[in-house]
Design a protein. Structure first.
Length: 88
């Protein structure tokens, strides 16, 4: 789905725009780190995100598209949900 100016809406994008950037901190990392199961720790992903120059755009994308799972921009789903609620 495209907008009239040719750009896609945030919800139409399956991956964040920063995914194509070669200097992102998560480049080459195992994606499973960013989607820990209930027994896993999110701390490794948060640490990786902490050194990324694209942390904020990644988080903004996750908030705009209301990502329910994973660590995006160093923030997990519960905190993102809280951030969305605070914006409302």
């Amino acid at each position: 789905m495209s907008r009239p100016n040719g750009s896609e809406s945030p919800k139409a994008r399956a991956t964040p725009p920063v995914a194509a950037l070669p200097d992102r901190a998560c480049n080459g990392e195992d994606p499973k780190i960013f989607f820990p199961d209930s027994r896993g720790s999110s701390q490794p992903a948060i640490k990786i995100c902490g050194r990324c120059p694209h942390r904020r755009p990644c988080l903004d994308w996750a908030l705009e598209t209301r990502q329910s799972y994973g660590i995006w921009g160093g923030v997990g789903p519960d905190m993102r949900h809280q951030m969305i609620e605070e914006r409302a």
